[in-house]
Design a protein around this ligand. Structure first.
Ligand code: WTA
Length: 634
């Protein structure tokens, strides 16, 4: 077997071997990576015992694979180029040699602060280079990183810090975000009032605003410490199943879950999937527009590209600042060959004057990618025609925080790309469609709930501190199978099309938000008795948030005032990304006789599709349905 997949036949060969003889396949694949001690035990555990281990007796350091092993051949090759929020910002660039030194410096700073193997470090930052080097520095010394997206609130940040009992937080004084600045340090200060485990805060000054407060006993100037730190740091040799990072994500119920990814399997998965799907050549330039605060940034800004020795751009800003041509300006400036973004960004830019695209030379592009939500056909066609000039394959990559890396996706130039289809599973992935009772849908063409039936190296091993919740969440709906929470269709050629979440998770501009979390925040408003939140189709965001709110009897409040106040609660509890797009006041929520909210009906009303509401006569309060329809103008 050829280690690289460079043809359709290679794909078939890899796929067949990976699913029929996984031990043999992965033992061979593991050889493409650098281990301190090569693994002999390849796969242990299954979806029943949930004691899943990959490459268990192997020892490695993932940053050795991201950095050290490239130094001989690629030491002077560009690893990362940094584009700031404003086109006028200083441009920074790091070769593999330089990035290696920066990571070592940061690792020494962490060590000086007493951070040791397995300690947790939380990052709450904008996309400055130190977010990348900081994450890698943790991995260098065996500390566990947990990045919290800079759009989350103090309360959300505090919840995550408390849950993983972080010892250290790294933040910015303020972040630039388009024309705005965000007071990350102030939010961190607020969060830390309720966190007892954090000893030190490293502040990477970005705006140098004079109004930011510093606590001299706790806060340290990161850039100053880095400038004094030694630039060599030996990697800590980790066992393959040692934790690498925790990343929090929303589910249908409860507080966000801290998914734990471990070292060896994740490295192999991030490395293989990046290589196979993007098919980059040595001189290509890759740019993923995500934020490192999401899994996409972990696997396909930080680890995947570096493991493969690629050159990438990282971008601090937003697609529309200073104008809607920014993405295309960056593509032109760096001669990007591989461009990876989210459908929501594509739709937002599609809605702008085409002049913003046409003003730029995009001829360097070879491969386009999409991630985060289903891409609608119209956006796909626009992306294909206007950005890819009809010559670039579009890899529509379906995967999740839980999966660590790509699960179903075309491989650029090797398997076909068709609108809205994630197409074929990656080697090692066995997808299965089941009906609501869990019965496998065996026909070639089918539509159902998407499960995975065999462990893969990059899967999250547990929910931090709560293995039982991990089991409950993913493995009990359809026993013995990993349930993704997504629905999918399969066509006659066995290609998969993801149709979206079938659980109570919304996908707002590619961000996962649980309905329960938003409801909890809304219910904090003193006038609110009860609320129900659902997603509905939204032209730009993919899904918008629609909130039905039942107020106390006698509560007198104007709708606009209520909306403003509700937003304040949401911004406080979660962050601005979870603000509802629509709010409707109702006198009751449709419920079953056992008191369960019938979200199906609410989803239909929010989508303005009430032609087939199903049987409502069994509801406890069928009369509210008409009222809700009327209230929605239907
Ligand atoms: C959705 C993001 C359709 C899906 C990597 C999944 C997609 C959730 C796609 C995970 C895609 C992601 N097509 N849907 N190409 N990619 N999704 O954890 O609903 O932030 O379950 O990971 O995003 O979101 P998460």
């Amino acid at each position: 077997m050829n280690q690289n997949i460079s043809s359709r036949d290679d794909y078939e060969e890899h796929y067949t071997l990976s699913t029929t003889e996984p031990e043999k396949y992965w033992a061979q694949i593991a050889k493409s990576y650098d281990w301190k001690k090569e693994p002999q035990k390849i796969i242990q555990g299954d979806f029943n015992d949930l004691e899943i281990k990959w490459f268990e007796d192997g020892q490695l350091n993932i940053t050795y694979n991201c950095l050290d092993r490239h130094l001989e051949k690629r030491g002077n090759k560009t690893a990362v180029m940094w584009e700031g929020n404003s086109p006028d910002d200083e441009h920074l660039s790091y070769t593999y040699n330089e990035l290696h030194r920066e990571v070592c410096r940061f690792a020494n700073v962490l060590k000086d602060q007493g951070i040791k193997k397995w300690d947790r470090v939380v990052f709450y930052m904008s996309m400055v280079p130190e977010l990348l080097t900081g994450v890698l520095a943790c991995a260098r010394i065996g500390a566990v990183h947990s990045v919290v997206f800079g759009g989350f609130s103090a309360q959300a940040l505090a919840g995550r810090i408390q849950d993983c009992e972080a010892k250290l937080v790294v933040t910015n004084d303020e972040a630039y975000r388009g024309a705005k600045t965000i007071g990350l340090k102030e939010i961190t200060d607020e969060a830390l009032k309720s966190c007892t485990t954090v000893d030190k805060v490293l502040v990477r000054k970005r705006t140098h605003a004079s109004h930011v407060n510093y606590d001299s006993t706790r806060d340290l100037d990161l850039l100053e410490l880095l400038s004094q730190a030694d630039d060599q740091c030996e990697p800590e040799w980790m066992n393959a199943e040692d934790p690498l990072f925790i990343l929090y994500t929303s589910g249908s119920t409860g507080t966000p879950k801290g998914l734990l990814h471990t070292t060896g399997g994740y490295m192999v998965w991030a490395g293989q999937t990046f290589k196979n799907v993007f098919q980059m050549e040595e001189d290509d330039i890759y740019w993923c527009t995500a934020d490192i605060g999401w899994i996409t940034g972990h696997s396909y800004i930080a680890y995947g590209p570096l493991i493969n020795g690629a050159s990438s751009v990282i971008f601090e800003g937003i697609p529309t600042y200073p104008d809607a041509g920014r993405f295309w300006e960056i593509v032109e400036k760096y001669k990007i060959t591989h461009f990876y973004t989210a459908p929501t960004a594509i739709r937002a830019l599609q809605a702008c004057d085409l002049k913003f695209v046409k003003d730029h030379d995009l001829s360097s592009l070879k491969v386009l990618g999409s991630v985060g939500e289903p891409i609608n056909e119209e956006a796909w066609q626009w992306y294909h025609k206007e950005i890819g000039n009809e010559k670039c394959p579009i890899v529509d990559t379906w995967w999740q925080t839980e999966t660590g890396g790509f699960m179903i996706s075309p491989m650029a130039g090797i398997t076909e790309c068709i609108p809205s289809y994630a197409t074929y599973p990656q080697p090692g992935i066995l997808p299965q469609l089941v009906d609501n009772e869990g019965v496998q849908l065996e026909d070639k063409t089918a539509e159902g709930n998407l499960c995975i039936t065999q462990p893969w190296p990059g899967m999250a091993r547990t929910i931090w501190g709560n293995h039982e919740r991990y089991r409950q969440t993913y493995f009990t709906t359809y026993p013995g199978k990993y349930f993704t929470g997504d629905g999918a269709k399969r066509d006659e050629k066995s290609r998969y099309r993801i149709t979206g979440r079938v659980d109570d998770v919304m996908n707002i501009s590619g961000h996962r938000i649980g309905t329960a979390e938003v409801e909890e925040a809304i219910n904090e408003h003193p006038f609110v008795v009860e609320s129900a939140v659902v997603g509905y189709p939204h032209d730009i965001k993919g899904q918008g948030i629609y909130a039905y709110i039942n107020l106390n009897e006698g509560a007198e409040i104007e709708l606009d005032k209520l909306k403003t106040e509700i937003n304040e609660f949401i911004i406080k509890v979660i962050g601005p990304i979870a603000k509802p797009d629509q709010v409707q006041i109702v006198s009751g929520l449709p419920k079953t006789r056992s008191g369960k909210i019938m979200r199906r009906i609410l989803r239909k009303v929010a989508s303005k599709d009430v032609s087939n509401l199903g049987d409502i006569s069994t509801l406890l309060n069928p009369e509210v349905v008409d009222e809700i329809k009327k209230g929605a103008g239907l």
